[in-house]
Design a protein around this ligand. Structure first.
Ligand code: C2E
Ligand code: MG
Ligand code: MG
Ligand code: MG
Length: 281
């Protein structure tokens, strides 16, 4: 029996184990084909400085342009790609494409802003990570300071290993940003051990911020801590003016969220944010 309400349309026979295995294999095969056929594409969400509405960066977010199902968000395929190991190839594609695109926008006279790329834990632990990234930067000609890698707290469980990796990356001039900050289980102690340039306040604290004094306290605390530790802060998932005002009043000017823009295809991002004056001529 085929379940119609499947999470991602791959939820066939999901009640039994064989079915799940089949489902996973099917998705794996589909991902392999998609990689071969170049069906993955990168969207970009602008990061905005609230006091002057200027673009200060973009986050690269992968999409699967599926020939039948249309544009699929990463929530539907990233974990499958991680389980199958295909995330390394997919992740390198996103890195290369994001760096190539940002270098092109710089060359065309766009603002000299960085591009942020999400790393999966498998990618992070690849022995070839540093080499892969350096090669991509060489190939695309993007200066390392314009690449920001987004990692999550969960990736830093093995402290010795992760501090080695992060220090190598930072020494290369690449910036490190801690995504979904506040949602992991690790202690705050690691923050002082690693070269982390920026924390991204998770959307879950922002969504309740208008009603919950606890969420406001968490946001304020993250801001104070980051300031003392000389880290930048950006708030993720700002959707309303009210949320924006609270966050700005708390001292956070750097904003990413639907309030300003959803993630956009490269051409749309370019027209609206990289060369807005030319587009309005
Ligand atoms: P993330 O890195 O935390 O990225 C932010 C997610 O929040 C994006 O979802 C973005 O569209 C969404 N978002 C931004 N502003 C708002 C808002 O105001 N309201 C709401 N409700 N959502 C907002 P997206 O693109 O579906 O990506 C989901 C997650 O998939 C990302 O979370 C990231 O963990 C992962 N991901 C995306 N691209 C890649 C990639 O290239 N590699 C890896 N490893 N993971 C990726
Ligand atoms: Mg991210
Ligand atoms: Mg996030
Ligand atoms: Mg995330």
């Amino acid at each position: 029996e085929v379940k119609k309400n499947g999470r991602n349309g791959y939820q066939f026979f999901s009640d039994d184990l064989n079915g799940q295995l089949l489902e996973q294999l099917e998705l794996e095969a589909d991902l392999r084909k998609a990689l071969e056929r170049n069906e993955f594409t990168v969207f970009y969400q602008p990061q905005i400085r609230a006091d002057n509405n200027e673009i200060i960066g973009v986050e690269a977010l992968v999409r699967w342009q599926h020939p039948v199902k249309g544009l699929l968000p990463p929530g539907l395929f990233i974990s499958a790609a991680e389980e199958s190991g295909q995330i390394v190839e997919l992740g390198n594609f996103v890195l290369r494409e994001a760096c190539r695109q940002m270098r092109q926008w710089h060359d065309e006279g766009g603002p000299l802003i960085p591009v942020a790329v999400n790393l999966s834990s498998q990618q992070f632990l690849q022995y070839s990570l540093l080499e892969d990234i350096r090669e991509i930067l060489r190939e695309t000609g993007l200066a390392p300071k314009y690449l920001e890698l987004e990692i999550t707290e969960g990736m830093m469980m093995d402290a010795t290993r992760s501090s080695g990796i992060l220090n190598d990356l930072a020494k290369s001039g690449i910036r490190i940003s801690l995504d979904d900050f506040g949602t992991g289980y690790s202690s705050l102690g690691y923050l002082k051990l690693y070269p982390i340039h920026k924390v991204k306040i998770d959307r879950s604290f922002i969504s309740g911020i208008t009603d919950s004094s606890n969420d406001r306290a968490i946001v304020a605390t993250i801001l104070t801590m980051a300031q003392h530790m000389h880290m930048q802060v950006i708030a993720e998932g700002i959707e309303t003016k009210e949320q924006l005002e609270i966050v700005v009043d708390s001292g956070c000017q750097d904003i990413q969220g639907y309030y300003y823009s959803r993630p956009l295809a490269a051409d749309d991002l370019k027209q609206k944010y990289m060369f807005p004056l030319e587009a309005s001529k």
